[in-house]
Design a protein around this ligand. Structure first.
Ligand code: G4P
Length: 280
């Protein structure tokens, strides 16, 4: 399947982020735990320019726990401070404060040696669309936070959220773009719903997903729908259509509708905790 997608304003967004990164001490990058490679932006390494790096494996509730732990190890070996979070229910979110302190230990000590005490750590959240940045910021900053520098006429410039005495967060999340030149990446991002529905054919997408699931999570589909294990994707889709009553006017199976059902159930985690990538 071919994906034709090109994010607009890429250069502009990149330049804006370059400016923002100058203001901060640590970059908190969110990835989707089901696709920790495909949902990670390659340019951020360049943009990061020596800043401390935290990688949050968000939506870990939807991913295969064994593979998620392998990814945690993989990224830790690459020098990231890594944590698993579920921004939706808040699991693991509070612990990110400790991760920030650990990631900025050197900076805190450097400040102390220079006699600078209690200068807050400034952090920025980045990630590709739909990875959960807004949900994470809401959960992490909570209601107790106060916005700083947003009084009209007083301070112009960036908006900061004061998380506590020690930490400030740049208000707007930095939106990155995925590795759009790679078709495999496009496919995986389509599975998780990060690519507009109009850009792919839902039936073809479901056929490929079924193939992946058959090879990697053999009973996930049959267990969830209560259908027999099938070798051909089309047969499985017919069975899903039957179970779910996806029928056309003439009574014939509506396979596109069944495909949509499957993709939606997969995205919602109903087929189980499933990962789409393994560390190389
Ligand atoms: P963005 O700012 O990076 O674009 O992402 P956003 O926070 O809007 O989150 C995108 C979707 O991912 C939302 O679902 C959100 O609820 C969901 N989400 C975020 N973090 C987690 C997580 O850790 N686990 C799970 N399971 N889901 C998560 P939505 O369907 O678009 O909205 P809603 O119906 O949940 O409100």
């Amino acid at each position: 399947m071919q994906f034709q997608w090109y994010p607009g304003h890429m250069t502009k967004a990149k330049r804006a982020m370059q400016e923002d990164i100058k203001l901060i001490d640590v970059i908190i990058e969110l990835v989707d735990s089901r696709v920790p490679y495909s949902s990670k932006n390659p340019d951020i390494d360049q943009l990061a320019n020596g800043k401390s790096r935290i990688l949050l494996m968000n939506k870990y509730d939807l991913a295969d726990p064994v593979r998620t732990d392998q990814w945690v190890q993989y990224y830790e070996q690459k020098g990231y401070f890594v944590a698993k979070v579920n921004s939706k229910n808040g699991k693991g979110v509070k612990a990110v404060h400790n991760v920030i302190q650990a990631a900025c230990k050197e900076k805190i000590e450097r400040d102390r040696r220079r006699g600078i005490l209690n200068r807050p750590i400034r952090a920025m959240i980045v990630g590709i669309p739909n990875v959960g940045k807004s949900t994470f910021i809401n959960s992490f900053a909570g209601k107790a936070c106060t916005k700083t520098g947003n009084k009209p006429g007083v301070t112009k410039g960036k908006q900061w959220i004061r998380l506590n005495k020690m930490e400030e967060l740049l208000d707007t999340p930095g939106i990155l773009w995925p590795k759009f030149e790679d078709q495999e990446v496009g496919l995986r991002l389509a599975y998780i719903g990060s690519i507009k529905d109009e850009l792919y054919n839902i039936y073809e997408l479901s056929v490929l997903l079924l193939q992946y699931l058959r090879e990697n999570y053999p009973n996930a589909v049959s267990n969830f729908y209560g259908i027999a294990e099938e070798k051909a994707s089309e047969e499985t889709l017919k069975q899903i259509a039957e179970k779910r009553g996806c029928l056309k006017a003439g009574g014939e199976f509506d396979l596109d509708k069944a495909a949509k059902c499957l993709i939606d159930d997969f995205r919602a985690g109903k087929l189980g905790a499933i990962s789409l990538e393994m560390p190389q």
